[in-house]
Design a protein around this ligand. Structure first.
Ligand code: ATP
Ligand code: MG
Ligand code: FE
Length: 346
């Protein structure tokens, strides 16, 4: 069947259509601009924006795929983690559609969506693979087997901030516009990545090889910025050096995990996977280590509905039990399984 995926966990409203692993069409609307003057996502504004965007985004995805509402054979929706008001809009809309069309409904974990995004560009994931999820709210190294059936093993997670959060917060200190990640990426092009010796947290011989920490790096960058206000802040150098430190730590640990677990494929996903230096360094280090690297195209790295449809499609094909219509949101859902509702053993 054609699976419609709906995403509304943060400030992007996404709808995507997937059948048998193939992306048929998708559309994304963002309320990013409405949050810019507050320097971060305002939950109430995000929730209201989803209400306005949901129907147009579903219609746009259908039009792009040359399909009609009646072609939809299943609906998958992000039930968490994310902002509760925002999630509620997507889940309510998905329930209404599933009920009206008489098709099964699936509750999907947002981060499993980020992982599945790569399958739309590069085909089924090998079993096992190591996945580095780097996004606005999460930074984790995972061992993934069958995404639709098996539990996801966490090799390591961030102990404090996510990598994306570090980009966003340091960008603010540097006086760069919101959202910070893309702004730092742009500013870094004109800078020297070796200009500021920022720390490489948790890379010592006695540190957990797969855990991350970015709050110290954020503080180091803020201190550096404060110390430079007198002569004018060399933002490009700061941005390039911060980006280098983050990319170095992320790719070093991810490649080490592949080697330690004897896994031949690394998949890098989430918004920060859009970062040009993370992509380049991952490419370089994987090539040197004989590891196959998979990174989704830019438009599938940040939040979208196609990735949620991709998980729904995997669940349908695995014969997973659909969610009941009383499916509820789970704003702080831990990443254990791709489906966020009880899945009958298959
Ligand atoms: P989560 O997925 O953890 O719930 P989220 O959905 O808000 O969080 P994503 O949409 O996956 O996060 O990614 C957004 C994050 O990606 C932001 O922190 C943003 O700054 C970062 N990001 C996007 N593009 C880039 C880039 N080119 N370089 C660095 N960071 C980037
Ligand atoms: Mg976003
Ligand atoms: Fe996300």
């Amino acid at each position: 069947p054609v699976v419609l995926g709906i995403e509304s966990s943060c400030d992007e409203t996404g709808a995507g259509l997937v059948r048998e692993g193939r992306l048929l069409g998708h559309a994304v609307a963002s309320s990013m601009a409405e949050h810019a003057r507050f320097g971060g996502v305002v939950p109430e504004i995000a929730a209201r924006a989803h209400i306005h965007a949901l129907t147009p985004v579903v219609e746009e995805a259908l039009a792009g795929a040359g399909l009609r509402m009646s072609d939809i054979g299943a609906v998958a929706v992000t039930t968490g983690p994310g902002l509760s008001g925002a999630l509620q809009v997507g889940v309510s809309g998905a329930k209404g559609l599933a009920y009206a069309l008489g098709v099964p409904l699936y509750g999907v974990h947002h981060l499993a969506g980020h992982v599945a995004a790569d399958t739309l560009a590069h085909g089924p994931l090998p079993d096992p693979c190591v996945v580095l999820i780097v996004s606005g709210g999460h930074t984790s190294l995972l061992l993934v087997r069958d995404l639709a059936r098996d539990p996801i093993v966490h090799l390591g997670d961030t102990l404090d901030d996510a990598a994306g959060e570090c980009f966003d917060k340091v960008a603010r200190v540097f006086g760069l516009p919101y959202p910070g990640g893309p702004a730092i990426d742009r500013a870094a092009r004109a800078g020297n990545p070796g200009a500021v010796p920022f720390p490489r947290p948790l890379t010592g011989p006695r540190d957990d090889p797969y855990a991350f920490s970015f709050s110290g790096l954020k503080t180091a960058a803020a201190r550096w910025a404060e110390s430079r206000t007198a002569g004018g802040l060399p933002v490009a150098d700061g941005a390039a050096s911060l980006q280098e430190a983050i990319a170095d730590v992320l790719t070093r640990k991810a490649v080490a995990a592949c080697a330690a677990y004897g896994v031949g494929t690394l998949v890098v996903v989430g918004g920060v996977a859009a970062n040009s230096r993370v992509r380049a360094l991952a490419e370089q280090r994987c090539a040197a280590a004989g590891i196959t690297l998979r990174v989704p195209p830019l438009g599938l790295c940040t939040d979208n509905g196609a990735m949620i449809a991709a998980v729904g499609d995997l669940l349908v094909r695995a014969g997973a039990e659909p969610a009941p219509l009383e499916l509820s949101i789970d704003p702080s859902a831990p990443l254990e399984y791709a489906a966020l509702h009880p899945v009958a053993a298959v």
